[in-house]
Design a protein around this ligand. Structure first.
Ligand code: PLP
Ligand code: COI
Length: 341
């Protein structure tokens, strides 16, 4: 298969339509067989549930080319099960997990020419999503839904690749106790748009959200979980029922413990202790691990000893090991890589 003529090394995190996308429709209480189609556009009624009341959930994953030329994706079963949790919370029908994985595999395979070559620094981002499509005017769940998967080749999420970024403590809250912070619903991202535009306007790359109940604990950013490294080299990540259970973060905690022999802790992380950490990173499918060099809280700066030039040593090891697993250079734990072709 011949790859597309794309400047892989210089891709940003932007949308570039690829040849095929997967669609399945839910009507009269059941999903149809699903198919790959060509048209990237969707026609729907002006009163569709997704347009009026934001009834939509999504996932984010990637396909990689390994050193030996295979195309793989990473832990798609966990995205499938997280989408079930998201759908249930928004009163949407569940798209069966094995069908989710099959749809993802079919879509990546159909767009194999867009999977960036090994070593290019780019990957194929995969976006499964589902939304209410029939007209809904009273506030209630839709009766009809569409599940889709599209792909787009991407480079680094943050400009500058793996250079440390500067983030600010947001004055806005991301998620309420007993709300929807733990699921991947479009509404969580809509409400973060004003906060991210404000952060960018003030010269910051991202927001650090605190828990909205007490505003004393670190939660996550708009699109990634936090990892911290203590001065005695423990890997610490916030525990919270209002953050998205990141698959990257869960994988990195496993890698830290089982591949790097580090002590790991998932626990409350108070903002007051952030100044005592040696390293900080944001982790997610899009972010991979993006090192944080500085956190600013209303003008007060916390500068991590790892500095603004490069990743700290432990974050670097975690990054190298995780990407080594994803690219097939380091043996993956059983079931982590799904070979597409
Ligand atoms: N937190 C938020 C709010 C996200 O949008 C994402 C991205 O999916 C993550 C964390 C990271 O999750 P994952 O590692 O599963 O991509
Ligand atoms: C992902 O990492 O897949 C996400 O969905 C995060 C988003 C901000 C791009």
């Amino acid at each position: 298969m011949e790859k597309k003529n794309i400047d892989w090394e210089n891709l940003g995190f932007t949308y570039l339509p690829t040849d095929k996308r997967y669609v399945s429709n839910y009507k009269d209480g059941k999903w149809d067989a699903g198919a790959l189609i060509d048209d990237p556009n969707i026609v729907m009624n002006e009163c569709a549930g997704v347009l009026q009341y934001a009834q939509t959930v999504f996932e984010g994953m990637k396909a990689y080319t390994t050193a030996d030329g295979r195309i793989v994706t990473f832990r798609p079963d966990l995205n499938a099960s997280r989408m079930v949790d998201s759908a249930k919370r928004l009163e949407m029908p569940v798209f069966p997990e094995e069908r989710f994985v099959d749809a993802v595999v079919q879509t990546i395979k159909a767009n194999a020419a867009y999977v960036p070559p090994y070593g290019s620094g780019a990957t194929l981002y995969v976006r499964p999503y589902m939304f209410g499509i029939n007209p809904v005017i009273g506030v209630k769940p839709a009766d009809e839904y569409q599940f889709r998967v599209f792909t787009t080749p991407v480079g680094p999420y943050f400009k500058g690749g793996v250079k440390p970024i500067t983030i600010c403590v947001s004055d806005f809250d991301r998620a309420a106790p007993h709300g929807t912070g733990h699921i991947k619903a479009g509404l969580n991202y809509a409400m973060s748009l004003h906060a991210i535009v404000t952060a960018h306007a003030n010269g910051f790359d991202e927001n650090m959200y605190l828990d909205s109940a007490t505003r004393t604990k670190v939660e996550e950013t708009g699109g990634a979980n936090f990892l911290f490294v203590t001065k005695d080299n423990k890997v610490v990540t916030p525990h919270s029922s209002t953050i998205l259970p990141s698959i990257t973060r869960r994988s990195l905690m496993y890698v830290a413990e089982h591949y790097l022999g580090l002590e790991v802790e998932e626990r409350d992380v108070y903002f007051d202790e952030v100044k005592d950490f040696a390293e900080c990173g944001l982790c997610g499918t899009a972010a991979v691990i993006s090192p944080v060099g500085k956190v600013v809280n209303h003008g007060e700066e916390i500068c991590f000893p790892s500095g603004m030039e490069k990743m700290g040593p432990t974050i670097q090891k975690l990054y190298d090991t995780l990407t080594g697993i994803q690219m097939g250079n380091i043996e993956a734990p059983e079931g982590w890589l799904k070979v597409i072709e």
